[in-house]
Design a protein around this ligand. Sequence first.
Ligand code: GRF
Length: 195
Amino acid sequence: MRKIRTAILISGSGSNMEALIRAAQAPDYPAEIVLVISNRPEAAGLAKAENLGVPARAIDHKAYDSRKAFEQDVDAVLRKHEVELVCNAGFMRLLSPWFVGRWRERILNIHPALLPKFPGLHTHERALAAGETVHGCTIHIVDEGMDTGRILAQAKVPVYRDDTPETLAKRVLAQEHKLYPETLKSCASGLLNAR
Ligand code: GRF
């Protein structure tokens, strides 16, 4: 079965990455995870990926003079691995218009809020401060803006009166781990069927 060659970009613990890798181990899953890249060499997700049998490498953005030079190396590594689709999973760098243009409609991101509400950081704190009763997560296409691309899927969770940012984050993260594999599945199927 032909599968869409997919890379995951991370910066941290990689729990969404792990959910994607595990889902993609199913024989009939339409995407295969061929590579994990972290912009932070100390990211725990790198070892997790290797343990799950996926090649992982650090490309440290701090080692580059410019965003473009960093992204050129990421782009070159993705192309060397014949990657067709990129999933950002806790990847904490904004991608430039140059990179987004090279991968137009081919980068997904997971965001821990119900976009267009709460783009950017500290979403759980902000949802609580705003008195939201429903919160959740969004998978979207990456465009030139920050968390502004076309929305592909969302999952909602209730907000309880005694929630802290941590309890709310945990509830949202459980949904992220289901929503991302489902959404990658439908995206990859769509790409396969478009051929
Ligand atoms: C997730 O909440 C994701 O939505 C956000 O960063 C967190 C990453 O967690 N962008 P993990 O690295 O997947 O565990």
